[in-house]
Design a protein around this ligand. Structure first.
Ligand SMILES: [Fe+2]
Length: 313
């Protein structure tokens, strides 16, 4: 499960102290041991019982101007610091099922009951309230292709909660949790690993009953723009999509480019030819997804040719 980093430090530091320490060149959130070594600093920030309320009040008095500029996360998040290219710090609110916020919004804004891994590592500490619950699992990312419905060897670890002062390191592409509501409104504070390649690293949703990948959670704007570029009038933009299909380092983007090139073909035969070439890719993800897309296209050919969908049986 996510790595619990024990400690009993009672010293308190300010947010500025934490930022200064993390800005040291020796801190490397891409290295597990370096990231874990920052755990006592995060615990000391959690020992500071005033800073978060003070910061929230300041933000409210300023009509949340900084949040509007810097917070790209959901509304359960207060961005605390975002200036470095390698990390950012945030606070997260975890309502209980009794809270009006939960009753109004339901599960989805809080990712409750959505088993998932993370495409980034992060350190977290329980700051307020009893803490959210999680059922923890682990898996081997290297043994997975990333296909929807693909079987995964999920290793169940335990159910536990992020109690006040408890520090955990969630390891990218390894730790999975099925996050469950806190028993009372709770707050956690995270140090997040920031990396420009994040949109191209897969984050999966899992079905823990069937031990399958249920889907890829993250999508980048690149995929939507590829669809537009492929269909751009007079073919302008098609060359760009061809370049992405041939050589983008992310296989999810390469397949998206191929799929949109196929979709932009005027004739179904040409689309199927493109997908047939994709199904011979050395990338198992691209090969399988191309075959699935070709099958989907083929299954609709008859009614496309007829000009109407089949009626009810
Ligand atoms: Fe999570």
């Amino acid at each position: 499960m996510a790595r619990v980093i024990p400690g009993s430090d009672e010293e308190a530091i300010s947010l500025g102290d934490l930022v200064q320490a993390l800005n040291d060149d020796g801190f490397d959130p891409g290295d597990e041991e370096s990231f874990a070594a920052a755990a006592p600093l995060l615990r000391r920030l959690a020992n500071n019982r005033d800073f978060l309320a003070e910061l929230a009040i300041e933000e409210l008095k300023d009509r949340c101007t900084r949040q509007s500029l810097e917070n790209r996360d959901s509304s359960q998040v207060i961005m605390l610091h975002r200036a470095s290219e390698k990390f950012y710090i945030r606070a997260n609110f975890w309502p209980s099922e009794r809270d009006s916020l939960y009753k109004a919004s339901g599960n989805s804004p809080f990712f409750y009951h959505v088993p998932h891994d993370h495409n980034f590592s992060f350190l977290t500490v329980g700051y307020l309230g009893p803490g959210y619950w999680s059922e923890y699992y682990e898996y081997d990312y290297e043994s997975v292709v990333g296909l929807p419905g693909e079987k995964v060897d999920l290793k169940y670890i335990e159910k536990s909660r992020l109690e006040p002062g408890k520090v955990m390191l969630y390891r990218a592409h390894r730790d999975i949790h099925d996050q469950l509501p806190a028993d009372d409104m709770s707050v956690s504070i995270n140090i997040m690993h920031a990396t420009p390649c994040l949109p191209f690293l897969d984050q999966y949703r899992f079905d823990v009953k069937t031990c399958e990948i249920a889907g890829i959670l993250n999508q980048s704007s690149t995929e939507a723009l590829l669809a537009l570029a492929a269909h751009q009038g007079h073919g302008n933009g098609r060359d760009l999509v061809e370049t992405f299909a041939a050589g983008h380092p992310c296989e999810r983007i390469r397949f998206a480019a191929l799929r949109e090139l196929a979709a932009a073909e005027a004739e179904p035969e040409a689309a199927l030819e493109r997908l047939a070439a994709g199904s011979r890719s050395s990338s198992e993800f691209i090969a399988t997804m191309s075959a699935i897309e070709a099958a989907r296209l083929s299954s609709g050919r008859e009614w496309i040719a007829r000009g109407s969908a089949p009626g009810p049986a």
